[in-house]
Ligand binder design. Sequence first.
Ligand code: PLP
Length: 412
Amino acid sequence: MAELSATLKQATPVVATRGEGVNLYDAQDNRYLDFTAGIGVTSTGHCHPRVVAAAQEQVGKLIHGQYTTIMHQPLLTLVERLGEVLPQGLDRLFFANSGSEAVEAALRLARQATGRPNMIVFHGGFHGRTVATASMTTSGTKYRSGFSPLMAGVQVSPFPDPLHYGWSQEEATRFALRELDYTLQTLAQPNDTAAFLVEPILGEGGYVPGSTEFFAGLRERADKHGILLIADEVQTGFGRTGKFWAGEHFDMSADILITAKGLASGFPLSGIAASSALMEKAWPGSQGGTYGANAVACAAAIATLDVIQDEGLVDNAAQRGAQLKDGLQQVADKHDEIAEVRGLGLLIGNEFRDKDGNPDGATAAKVQQEAARRGLLLLTCGPWGQVVRFIPALVVSEQEVDEATALWAESV
Ligand code: PLP
C-alpha cells in the first residue's frame, strides 16, 4: 500500500471533497469555514463560477502551448491586463508556476543584470523551499536545516519587528537600517551586492508589516550603490492587504516585483515584473520552463482579475479586514496570552506569548486545533509557530467574518 510522504505535515484534519466561496465540505457534507484559502491562494474563493467557467472553456480549446515554442492568446491577454495593475514602469513580465520559481527567476535576473553575486535578505523572510530560495529564507529552521550546503552569497539583516525587539516601530526601523549598513559594509560589500530581497509584510515569518521609512531606507541605499530592490509579493499581492500590492501601503518602489498565490485563484501560476531596461539584461534562454504560463492558468488569472475588479474585492479586503481585526482585538483584550493582533487587510496574525513574554508556539497550535474542531480552519506562522493567522478569500462576507470571530472566541 502506498502512503503520502511523512514530510507533509497536515495542519487540519479535513479531507475536502468540494469548496464554495470561503467554505469547504467533506464527504459527510460537514462544512468548514476556510480562513486559510490554500495559504492565501484562492483569492476569489473556492471555485468562483467565473474562474471555473474560464478554465473549463480554455481546457476545451488549448491546455498547453509552451511559451518558448508557441505563444497563446490567454498569455498575451494576461500580460495586457496585468499592465493595468502593476506599479508604473514594471512593464516586462516573465511567468513560472510557483512562488519559489519566481523568486529564483528574480535572483537570476538580479545577478545577471548587475554582474554581482551577493543577496541581502531580512530576518523572518520566507522565499521558498528550493535550495536557492531556502538559502534566502530565515522564517524557521525547518526550511533550512538538513540539506546544507545552502547557496553562498546570502547575508541576513534585521527586519523592523517592534514586538520582537521590544521597541517602537521608529526604533526598530532605525536599528534595522543601521544594521543593514553594517551588513553592507562588512559582509556583503555594496559593489558585490546584486539585490535586497524583502517582503513588504513578513508572511511565514509571522505577519509583521514593514514600515514606510524602512523601505525608503532600502530604496536610498539601493540607488546609492546600484543595488536592485526586489519585492516578494507572493503572499501579500493581488488585493490581500486591502491595496492591490502591499508595497502601496509603504510607498515602496521596487525594481522587481514577484507575484504568485492569489494570481490565478488556485491554478499554479507565478511571475516577475521589471522594467524593460532591466529585463533585457537577462540573457535570452536563461529564464523559462516547460509549464510556465500554462494556458488554463492564464485564463483563470484573467478571470481572477475580472472578479477582483467587478466585485470590488480590494475594497472588500480592506473593509472586512478592518472588521476582522477589530473582532480579533476584542478577543485578544480578554486573553493575556495573545500579545498582539497585527496585519493589514485580510492578512492578520495573532501572536501568542507565554507568561515570561516568550513566543508560545505550543499554545498557538492548541488554539488552532481547537478552532479546527469547531469548523474554523486556520494556520500558524512565525519562526516559533507562535502566530495564528487569518487569511480568508477576499470574497468573505460580513456575516462570515462575524461567524469566524465567534468561533475564535470560543477556541482561545
Ligand atoms: N515567497 C513568499 C513571500 C511566500 O509566502 C511563499 C510561499 O508561501 C513563497 C515565496 C514560495 O511560494 P511557493 O510555495 O509557491 O513556491
